[in-house]
Design a protein around this ligand. Structure first.
Ligand SMILES: Cc1cc2nc3c(=O)[nH]c(=O)nc-3n(C[C@H](O)[C@H](O)[C@H](O)COP(=O)(O)OP(=O)(O)OC[C@H]3O[C@@H](n4cnc5c(N)ncnc54)[C@H](O)[C@@H]3O)c2cc1C
Ligand code: SF4
Length: 534
């Protein structure tokens, strides 16, 4: 069957792109290897999701030394956005330029922040981001405000925010893609529950790519979605200049599809693997890999979860509302970037039992979960050609990673420790609790291991030079005219904020280039204008 565009993968990149292309009337096929995530009570069970890994792929990869790797990633309609925490950040303006880190250089992007800015605004509106401009000292300029107010802090988090403010910092509200209406909780789609980050949303209140993009795109009769459709290989014409066949394994059978344009959006690791798997006489090192960069420069962020325990409980339900970027670019004493401090969803004893920290003396896991503030620290992972995706003899994924830039991350951790020591007295439990908070704080550091590929990016980088990049500035392959890659792969550097909004914004940008190529840009622009006014 022939289509105008085939989109491989339906996550932040593919789902958003399909939504952009849908009103064009062009025949669009979305090929998604997973199925819809079932709506069931287990969506919100920490045991089912975090301990049993109910929705995670069972695929086994290998790490560079050959050991089995069970990747924490999800295959389904909406991709990993079904499970994300929906913290939707713009990269900082400086992230698009070359930045010197303690561990090396973060390279410049071939586009500037201002090139992406209009699409960031569009993506924020599309994904219904709730936020507050002007609080975050590193926030880049924006052409429009958020359409929805920031999600409020619960009392314990507000107390921490006030403490950090008194300590001279500038804490801010995390921009969040949850459909929460705090002025009308009865009608609000999002009910502000404790199981958002890492879980699918049972009531479709999270702005994920399935709910926001794929489902609306499928209302257009010209858009088709095939689930359970694993794309195994892309084949080209004899010249190697265009893709002529997309090979799919579905329901135990092999199928072939063709399209004028093929967009790979399988996530940074799977997209690189697909291109490598599609090697041919014309592309011996992998499809579109004349530069040799496909699969290289894998980045995943340097992340840690740090639990700050106090004798005072933390009854917060929805914890991921507060963040701190004061150390993002460094400090007076340390002139190198350190990163970003925010929260994970509230941990509980059940979640802690899965690969958990050692018990703090005198505490049970359950008690720890009830008393912890659960921080998520992110530092920039620098691109290293030796951190890479390759294939084993059977075509399986091998992920090799060389840790880097650790000093900035350690200093960020120490900064957090310092700030926690300065907290004010707890108003609820008086002096005794205040003592506990300061004198009995315990920090359990746990840097996210290699299997934690949630923030994967960088493996099919874009650039102006075909000898050092696989994609041009519009994310079209330098060597294959009708091939685009639109997911986290294109990042030349990773910044230190969560990646999804940048992937979405870029998908809208590349979508416009594809619409121009199809001669359909004006028509879609007109429909979007009508839609916005409605
Ligand atoms: C628990 C968790 C929490 C997160 N929290 C945040 C957050 O708060 N903020 C944020 O910005 N980011 C967050 N992320 C990261 C975010 O989800 C990803 O950055 C984003 O989804 C990546 O988009 P993508 O398009 O590159 O890939 P994905 O969204 O992973 O989509 C890739 C799609 O391709 C499909 N696919 C793969 N291979 C094939 C194939 N061969 N054939 C057909 N289909 C294929 C997959 O099934 C998948 O649907 C989180 C991720 C996780 C796992
Ligand atoms: S109801 Fe709200 S907080 Fe709960 S999972 Fe859904 S979007 Fe997240």
């Amino acid at each position: 069957m022939h289509f105008d565009v085939i989109v491989i993968g339906s996550g932040a990149g593919g789902g958003t792109l399909a939504h952009r292309l849908a009103p064009s009337g062009k025949r669009i096929l979305i090929l998604e290897r997973g199925d819809y995530v079932p709506r069931e009570a287990e969506n919100w069970s920490t045991r089912a999701v975090n301990v049993e890994g109910r929705y995670q792929t069972r695929e086994v990869w290998r790490s560079g030394d050959g050991t089995a790797l069970h990747p924490h990633t999800n295959y389904g309609v909406g991709g990993n956005t079904k499970f994300y925490g929906a913290a939707l950040f713009r990269l900082r303006e400086e992230d698009f330029r070359e930045l010197r880190h303690h561990g090396g250089i973060s390279p410049a992007w071939p586009v500037s922040y201002s090139d992406l800015e209009p699409y960031y605004t569009e993506a924020e509106h599309l994904y219904q981001v709730h936020g507050e401009r002007g609080e975050d000292p590193t926030e880049p300029p924006a052409s429009a405000g958020y359409r929805f107010p920031a999600v409020s802090h619960e009392p314990r988090i507000q107390q921490l925010s006030d403490d950090w403010g008194r300590a001279g910092c500038k804490p801010f509200h995390v921009p969040l893609g949850v459909m929460l209406d705090e002025s009308d909780r009865r009608r609000s789609r999002c009910i502000r529950c404790a199981t958002c980050d890492g879980h699918p949303c049972l009531v479709s209140g999270k702005s994920d790519a399935q709910v926001v993009c794929v489902d609306p795109a499928l209302e257009h009769p010209n858009v088709t979605l095939l689930t359970g459709a694993y794309v195994s290989r892309l084949e080209t014409s004899a010249s190697g200049r265009e893709i002529t066949r997309v090979l799919v394994e579905r329901n135990g059978a092999r199928e072939t599809y063709t399209a004028d344009i093929v967009v790979v959006s399988a996530g940074a690791i799977n997209s690189a693997a697909l291109l490598l798997r599609s090697a041919s006489d014309r592309h011996p090192g992998g499809l579109a890999n004349g530069s040799g960069v496909v699969g290289r420069h894998y980045m995943g962020h340097i992340n840690s979860v740090l639990m700050a325990l106090s004798r005072c409980p933390n009854p917060t339900v929805f914890q991921k509302t507060l963040a701190l970027n004061d150390f993002y670019f460094g400090s007076k004493e340390w002139p190198y970037p350190m990163g970003h401090i925010s929260f994970v969803g509230k941990l509980d004893g059940v979640t802690l039992s899965a690969g958990a920290p050692k018990l703090a003396p005198g505490w049970t896991l359950d008690l720890m979960g009830k008393h912890s503030l659960d921080f998520w620290l992110t530092s920039e992972d620098l691109p290293d050609p030796e951190s890479r995706v390759t294939l084993d003899r059977d075509g399986g994924i091998v992920l090799t990673y060389r840790p880097n830039n650790g000093e900035g991350h350690q200093r960020l951790t120490r900064r957090l420790e310092g700030l926690m020591q300065q907290q004010s007295r707890c108003a609820v439990h008086g002096h005794e609790c205040h003592q506990g908070l300061f004198s009995r704080n315990l920090f359990i550091g746990q840097q996210i291991p290699l299997a934690g590929v949630a923030h994967q990016n960088g493996t099919v980088r874009f650039g102006t030079d075909p000898t050092t990049s696989a994609l041009d500035v519009n994310c079209r392959a330098h060597q294959v005219d009708n091939l685009y890659v639109v997911d986290g792969s294109f990042f030349p550097s990773s910044g230190a904020v969560n990646p999804a909004l940048t992937i979405m914004a870029n998908a809208l940008r590349v979508g416009d280039r594809i619409l121009e190529r199809l001669g359909a840009r004006r028509q879609v622009a007109a429909e979007l204008t009508v839609g916005a006014g409605a």
